[in-house]
Write a protein that binds this ligand. Sequence first.
Ligand SMILES: O=P(O)(O)OC[C@H]1O[C@H](O)[C@H](O)[C@@H](O)[C@@H]1O
Length: 285
Amino acid sequence: MSQTISQISNQTGFAHLTDLPCLKLVCGQASAVISLYGAQLLSYQPVPGRELLWLSPKAVWQQQQAIRGGVPVCWPWFGPAGKPFNTSAAKLPNHGLVRNRLWRQVQAEPSAQQALVTLSIDVDDIPTLHNSVTLNLTLKLTTDTLTLQLDCAEPMLQQAALHSYFAVPSLSDTRVSPLPGAYLDKTLGGERVQSTAPVRFEREIDRVYPEPAAELLLESGAQQLKISQQGQDATVVWNPWRERSQAIFDLEADGYQQFVCVETARLDLTSAAPLQLCQHLTSLT
Ligand SMILES: O=P(O)(O)OC[C@H]1O[C@H](O)[C@H](O)[C@@H](O)[C@@H]1O
């Protein structure tokens, strides 16, 4: 029998969120921490001490707050709840219903090659449905790659995003490529912009890129991260920059210098279908 190099254990607290219920996954030198609140991945270190994700020092949990950082799960809508979800102009949370709820662990399998965990949540208050729907997030850690997979078997109208906050050593020297030559600019009310110029993080960036490549490279200084995606019809790139950050209570004034979000998203609302959305992260440095 081959030697088991992976482990999965319960962990109470992560960083300053000292009472947060979490699971820690280890595979060889690699480790990851996921919170049961929001099924939110908070840490991915391909080797000890090299953190690829960013978590705001002002992040909070409970009291309906979503944790600012890591990989929030947005579902069943992305952004503000519009049509078809908000039928009665109710006050519904940004990015759906599951970022601020406790999920349950349904599978935890350490093996020779990987550590695998599945968290699950039943949601019975989707405004467009009368039944309860189950959403699963599976996290798979191997010695060189971390995979997040979000599944919903219900053939329904649903949007989703794996809203990853990546730590960047140098925002001014950060590049994401390849990106399509056209995007919807949310800072311009969703206007379609045609541009092949590389994205530069020198002001607020909030862009939806339809038809993105399956494999992206995030480079910042000497750091290189491969982001592979499946099931997506859009990649969202976000950095709030200085002015916007001031309006976000759980961001420090210069916090925006430390991260970019590169989000694997399915935003289509024209067809009712099951969901499977994946993001694979591999550090190349
Ligand atoms: O503040 P949140 O609800 O976490 O949203 C944070 C950001 O998420 C996405 O990247 C959206 O494109 C942005 O418009 C939004 O500001």
